[in-house]
Design a protein around this ligand. Structure first.
Ligand SMILES: Cc1cc2nc3c(=O)[nH]c(=O)nc-3n(C[C@H](O)[C@H](O)[C@H](O)COP(=O)(O)OP(=O)(O)OC[C@H]3O[C@@H](n4cnc5c(N)ncnc54)[C@H](O)[C@@H]3O)c2cc1C
Length: 361
């Protein structure tokens, strides 16, 4: 079976990996490059039980376990367990975390090495694509601009890529926030892009494996919620500052909002003297894909054969990619997922987006 996967973010790549493990021919079609969007610029933080009590719990727990297995498959993926703390700007609190400023108070431990872990998002996504390729998957660079239907129009039989027709037995839309483009081709619910900013510092061995979720006053007023993730490669990632800036149609045009990186740099300097003095090696922005009800869309496109969607993973796309990929492989090849119940994520639960509302100028 030949499956065309539109989008080479972590979700599309995970689907390709699990399909290729099962002997299917997976073709990833990617417009800019593997992991060039959110899947290469996110935090890469993973948690076993932070989705408990929500409909994501089963997907998240399965994914957390699969990430530990994939550490052997993707040696450059930066997987490690870490300890996670929550805190706020202010004096006092426990001095459990020694590398942060006296102006940050640690309030509580949010996770242990049994419940929290991390990956390097770009390293993981690109490494998983290489693992898929080792099992026969292929990468096709190009922009998907439409789908091919059979004569009765009730079955999708391929995709249009840079004006060329590519045939496939099934097509998966996994273009992150750009999956909204597919609402013009399929009866799919809306997917929106929520922008976030991040900076990365070269911190060497000055920062131990301690992740931080903080509430910090900004120098110019207001409160930010930075997340800080030291990585095994001697870098430390800091993200904060969401915005509702519009999603550009071309993923290569995503850029930080004016002033956002200066604000984030000031926040990082306030968190730790190590960050204040370290060289900054990346300053970037990306869009997380979100849906109307906050749950991902994982399943068959309503009313059509051969068309599937996997997107809308919001703040947990890196965590939930492996179980999404595994479940999608089951759905496409066997007609159902054995490991995770996909019913809560059925794309048919939300009404289709009216593509007439969509403007690309
Ligand atoms: C600041 C920030 C921090 C985050 N931190 C975490 C975290 O710590 N843990 C976690 O689990 N999640 C985190 N996330 C969320 C996570 O990054 C996303 O949920 C995940 O990356 C989404 O993956 P995706 O494959 O759906 O989409 P993307 O990574 O956006 O991939 C979509 C791909 O589709 C391609 N594409 C677009 N249009 C076309 C087209 N027409 N033809 C072909 N290809 C196309 C794009 O080029 C892109 O490569 C974070 C997100 C942000 C923004």
């Amino acid at each position: 079976m030949r499956v065309l996967i539109c989008g080479g973010g972590v979700i599309g790549v995970a689907i390709a990996y699990y399909l290729s493990l099962r002997g299917a021919e997976a073709v990833v079609i990617e417009r800019t490059g593997i992991a060039n969007a959110a899947s290469g610029k996110s935090g890469g933080f993973l948690a076993l039980d932070w989705c408990d009590g929500s409909r994501l719990s089963e997907l998240a727990r399965r994914s957390f376990a699969l990430h530990a297995d994939l550490a052997g498959v993707v040696p450059d993926g930066g997987y490690r367990r870490l300890t996670t703390f929550g805190g706020f700007g202010g004096a006092g609190g426990r001095k459990t975390v020694t590398w942060i400023s006296d102006r940050i108070a640690i309030e509580r431990k949010l996770g242990s090495t049994a419940t929290t872990a991390q990956i390097d998002p770009a390293g993981f996504t690109r490494g998983l694509m290489r693992a898929a390729e080792a099992h026969g998957a292929t990468l096709r660079r190009g922009a998907v601009t439409g789908l091919i239907r059979d004569r009765d129009r009730d079955r999708v039989t391929g995709a249009i890529v840079d004006g060329e027709r590519l045939e496939g037995d099934a097509v998966v839309i996994a273009m992150g926030p750009w999956s909204i483009l597919a609402a013009a081709w399929l009866p799919l619910p809306a997917v929106y892009g929520l922008k976030g900013h991040s900076v990365v510092y070269r911190t060497g061995d000055a920062v131990p494996p301690e992740a931080l979720f903080l509430e910090v006053g900004e120098p110019g007023g207001g409160v930010a919620s930075p997340e800080v993730f030291p990585r095994p490669d001697g870098t430390t990632y800091v993200c904060a500052i969401s915005s509702d800036s519009p999603l550009p149609v071309d993923p290569a045009e995503v850029a930080p909002d004016p002033g956002a990186i200066d604000r984030l740099t000031a926040i990082a300097a306030r968190i730790s003297p190590v960050l204040a003095g370290a060289p900054r090696i990346a300053a970037q922005a990306c869009f997380r894909p979100v849906t109307e009800d906050g749950l991902p869309l994982i399943g068959a496109a309503p009313g059509l054969r051969g068309a599937f969607v996997a997107t809308g993973h919001s703040v947990w796309g890196m965590l939930n990619a492996p179980a999404t990929g595994e479940a999608m492989a089951g759905l496409i090849l066997d007609g159902h997922s054995r490991e995770v119940d996909l019913a809560p994520f059925d794309p048919g639960r939300l009404g289709p987006f009216d593509a007439a509302r969509f403007r690309t100028e």
